[in-house]
Design a binder for this molecule. Structure first.
Ligand code: GAL
Length: 491
């Protein structure tokens, strides 16, 4: 049985996110002004203290301090970070005696670093290799510092950093704002400055900072404080926060303005597990809360729906393409957690699909939106480049959540999708690698979407002059009314 989604009326209201006047290209400039302002405020407050104490030296000290920059101002993650993260697949397996190939040890990270490079992931953009929980000793060293477990990480974290850097990769590490990490290893409460300094001295490039064993109310102060210390080290480190998810789960409303100001990415929702149910629950969360979440995302600051689990045990081939498509359209970080030594070639191809990655890494950094949802069919749209005049290009996901075992046909005009550029859109199916040629607003796009699968298309706006045809001819082609509004319908 085919389902003709054209029967369902697409939402026709104009949803304006208020992003229209916002250019990502001026953002770094604004950020550096913020940094300067902050530095200035720091200097002024220290000058005040110095006056009170009559110590001129403090002024001198203030002047030579590095600029106090916020997490967002670190110039990093201008597109969603891409890499590999140990947690979902390897968890807290510390049994290197019985399971040496899979335990959390330096060997695992050396091996994964080798695979990331040799198997083409780095070339595709996956540049971070991230250690998660369970890497450290159960206790701090005599110097009060975190230290790697000496049995499982005999070379130490810095040696891993040196190794991955020599291969062109970057290293991530895991810490926790509370007394302990979620798995019970030492947390950073009371040691924020020391731990930031330790990570910097180890040449770490990315810090995931969890929130177990901490009070969610303290996080509004604590997460910015750790970000401040990270920046004070002078080493650029991506700052991944778990701040909102703990607050949401404790019934608080997160201060997202502050979170987006201080973190490069942040977890909003539950941990991903190796199942389709887990993936769809996460997708629903981001769709249902999109009006709050979409405006937060942009170059340097991203919502994080957690890791890609493509190539593990829980997702079919269709479901794997669905996770990839939804994650790229949601402008999510692409942090794969899979055994790169055993992943099947078809799953590797999904992770490395260049056209999908190009959507993920689109420089506008606009998070996509669920624009249609009915009877198990969803359509998601993300505005991307090129922008032609006032028209965005779009990545569109047709997502079939139905389980009746035959593909569902979704049929919709380009205009109904909110695309109004009279010169049309060069349209291609990302996973099939098939071109639909140039489609005009009145043209109908019909796709067959497999059960629990997707069709991901990229619609690139065509400049009016490309075909040298006057707009009237394009109008006649579809023979349908021409919409004069220049504003995309959904963004
Ligand atoms: C959770 C976190 C996971 C993983 C785990 C480690 O809180 O969401 O991604 O880091 O802790 O114990």
């Amino acid at each position: 049985m085919y389902v003709d989604v054209c029967m369902y009326v697409l939402p026709s209201r104009t949803i304006h996110t208020g992003r229209g006047d916002y250019s990502p290209y001026i953002k770094p400039y604004i950020n550096s002004l913020t940094a300067l302002h902050q530095h200035c405020r720091l200097i002024m407050s220290m000058m005040g203290a110095a006056r009170a104490a009559g110590i001129l030296a403090a002024v001198v000290a203030a002047l030579v301090l590095p600029p106090a920059v916020l997490g967002l101002d670190n110039g990093l993650a201008l597109t969603p970070p891409m890499g590999w993260l140990a947690w979902e697949r390897f968890r807290c397996n510390t049994d290197c005696v019985n399971d040496p190939k899979n335990c959390i040890s330096e060997n695992l990270f050396f091996e994964m670093a080798d695979r990331l490079v040799a198997d083409g992931y780095l070339a595709a953009g996956y540049e971070y290799i991230n250690i998660d929980d369970c890497w450290s000793s159960r206790t701090r060293g005599d110097d009060g510092r975190l230290r790697a477990d000496p049995e499982r990480f005999p070379s130490g974290i810095k040696a891993i950093a040196d190794y991955v850097h020599s291969k062109g990769l970057k290293l991530g590490i895991y810490g926790d704002y509370g007394n302990y990490t979620c798995a019970g290893y030492p947390g950073s409460l009371g040691h924020l400055q020391t731990d930031a300094q330790t990570f910097a001295e180890w040449n770490v490039d990315f810090v995931k900072f969890d929130g177990c064993y901490a009070h969610p109310k303290d996080m509004d102060k604590g997460y910015p404080e750790f970000g401040f210390h990270l920046n004070q080290t002078g080493r650029q480190m991506v700052y991944s926060c778990s701040w909102p998810v703990y607050q949401i789960f404790s019934g608080m409303t997160p201060d997202y303005a502050s979170i987006a100001k201080h973190c490069n990415l942040w977890r909003n929702y539950d941990d991903i597990q190796d199942s389709w149910a887990s993936v769809t629950t996460i997708i629903d969360y981001y769709g249902d809360n999109q009006d709050v979440l979409i405006p937060l995302a942009g170059p340097g600051h991203w919502n994080d729906p957690d890791m890609l689990i493509i190539g593990n045990f829980g997702l079919s081939y269709e479901q794997s393409k669905a996770q990839m498509a939804l994650w790229v359209v949601m402008a999510s970080p692409l942090l794969s957690s899979v055994d790169l030594r055993t992943i099947g070639p078809e799953y590797r191809a999904i992770l490395q699909n260049r056209a999908a990655i190009a959507i993920s890494q689109d420089p506008l950094g606009i998070q996509g939106k669920r624009i249609f949802k009915d009877k198990g069919i969803e359509i998601w749209a993300r505005p991307i480049t090129p922008v032609v005049g006032e028209y965005y290009s779009y990545a569109i996901v047709f997502f079939n959540r139905r389980v009746d075992g035959t593909p569902s046909q979704v049929s919709v005009t380009i205009h109904e999708l909110g695309m109004l550029n009279a010169a049309g859109y060069r349209t291609e199916d990302v996973f099939a690698g098939q071109s639909y040629g140039v489609l005009y607003p009145a043209d109908r796009l019909k796709v067959d979407v497999n059960p629990s699968g997707v069709v991901l298309v990229r619609c690139s706006a065509v400049p009016a002059r490309a075909f040298g045809r006057p707009p009237q001819q394009q109008l006649q082609r579809g023979g349908r009314p021409f919409f004069t509004t220049t504003r995309p319908r959904f963004f």
